[in-house]
Design a protein around this ligand. Structure first.
Ligand code: GLY
Length: 435
């Protein structure tokens, strides 16, 4: 038997739990901050607690005699849970705190690429309270800008010109505000293009690709409305995307391999876990938007359900730094994931009770930001239920996912356009315009 500690309570972790449970020797013990009924069902035992309660996580790991831990979300990674668990002899898939700066510090990552001459950075500068007088001058050199406060901001800190603000003096004001609560702020040139997510697995030496996916950040159809954690995503049966060529993937993989090596040179620690790059195809080629130190949510659901290789063996290879000795394979299937989210999400979500009916047998359902209470299933304010279609084509997968959304009853909405030909066509036309 392989006792595994899983930390996290979202749909991403539900998909991770499902991937582990394909191995009949896997015994899952889950530490969650809210009761996710999907993860609970797959677990031998669960514990509800805070991701900053390091002692409780360590005690749970020792009690269940975990062979290893998988750390799903960014919050425990940022809190140093991997360092704490490794300190008591529980190896982790998920980077230690310093390595997790790849996600938690936007300035760390931009500086790393620059120092090691790795391509992918846009024009950028980092400002703090000492050099803040120079912000205006730099803003004036760029056609349009993005402002990123340094540190975890729960996906809410990044502000983009044209989306969140219009004029440069608003950018300046936001930088000054951010510097009241953050040590530094990164100001970057806004990149125009088509984004894709590339989630790579690494043991710190070898970097392995998984199929690329595309997320949809805006709340409403046709990419309108406020930014969210991601309303849904898709992947294609050929492990590319309709607008994405093999050379784009190769370039993003090359960057990720160089970054993994640079992380080791810089911090003298091997990164073991997921390096999820948000990349963008621009007129100047593939650029890096940002890295995350974990699987994407929803993108984890585009890859784990079609992974053919035993995920327990993959994680063990990451821990033992033997990723070069196994083949990580995926089915040639397309996937479309649509999130049912609370009405009012993301600004004023209702936290009502919902009911989940039976889904069509070809679909899969992942519980996300919900809490199972004595009187039923409640939404907790973020994305509630992920519905996945797997098919031979994106169109087939989209129909399955769309049908499955009917199973969620209550005050929810979802984006009908994710995975549709019309929306994907727009992305293809945009990418073609760079030729
Ligand atoms: N797909 C967005 C994220 O995981 O951060």
């Amino acid at each position: 038997m392989t006792p595994i500690l899983l930390i996290g309570n979202g749909a991403r972790e539900h998909a991770i739990a499902e991937a582990f449970k394909k191995n009949e020797n896997a015994k899952l013990y889950s530490f969650m901050k809210a009761r996710n009924p999907g993860i609970e069902k797959l677990s031998e035992k669960i514990q509800i607690g805070s991701y900053s309660d390091i002692d409780a996580i360590k005690l749970f790991a020792l009690n269940v005699k975990a062979d290893f831990a998988f750390i799903g979300p960014e919050e425990p990674l940022a809190n140093g849970v991997a360092d704490a668990l490794e300190g008591i002899g529980v190896p982790c898939v998920g980077p230690k705190q310093k390595l997790a700066q790849l996600e938690t510090s936007k300035s760390f990552t931009r500086n790393l690429l620059e120092k090691y001459h790795i391509s992918g950075n846009p024009k950028f500068k980092i400002f703090n309270n000492k050099n803040k007088n120079e912000i205006k001058k730099f803003l004036d050199t760029l056609p349009a800008v993005v402002v990123k406060p340094d540190g975890l901001t729960g996906g809410k800190g990044v502000k983009v010109q044209g989306d969140h603000f219009q004029a440069k003096d608003e950018a300046l004001k936001y930088c000054e505000e951010a510097l009241l609560t953050h040590n530094s702020v990164v100001v970057e040139e806004k990149m125009d293009g088509v984004e894709f997510s590339l989630q790579c697995l690494t043991d710190g030496k070898t970097v392995v690709l998984t199929p690329p996916a595309q997320d949809h950040k805006r709340a409403y159809e046709d990419d309108k409305g406020p930014n969210t954690g991601g309303m849904g995503s898709y992947s294609a049966e050929n492990h590319l995307l309709p607008f994405l060529k093999k050379e784009h993937v190769n370039e993003a993989l090359k960057i990720t391999k160089q970054v993994a090596q640079a992380l080791y040179l810089e911090l003298k620690q091997h990164y073991k876990g997921v390096m999820y790059g948000g990349f963008i195809i621009t007129k100047d080629g593939v650029k890096l938007v940002e890295y995350n130190a974990r699987f994407g949510d929803p993108e984890a659901m585009n890859i784990l359900p079609i992974m053919k290789t035993d995920f327990v063996a993959v994680c063990e290879a990451i821990i033992d730094q033997k990723l070069d000795s196994i083949e990580v394979e995926f089915e040639n299937k397309a996937t479309v994931l649509k999130y049912a989210v609370p009405k009012g999400y993301p600004d004023a979500p209702v936290k009502d009770r919902i009911a989940v009916m039976e889904i069509p047998k070809e679909a899969r359902l992942y519980y996300a930001s919900v809490d199972e209470r004595a009187d039923g299933l409640y939404m907790t304010g973020s994305r509630a239920i992920g519905l996945l279609g797997i098919g031979n084509t994106i169109a087939e997968a989209e129909k399955i996912a769309e049908k499955a959304t009917e199973a969620v009853k209550g005050n929810v909405f979802h984006r009908k356009d994710i995975g549709t030909e019309e929306l994907i066509g727009k992305r293809v036309r945009k990418a073609l315009s760079f030729k």
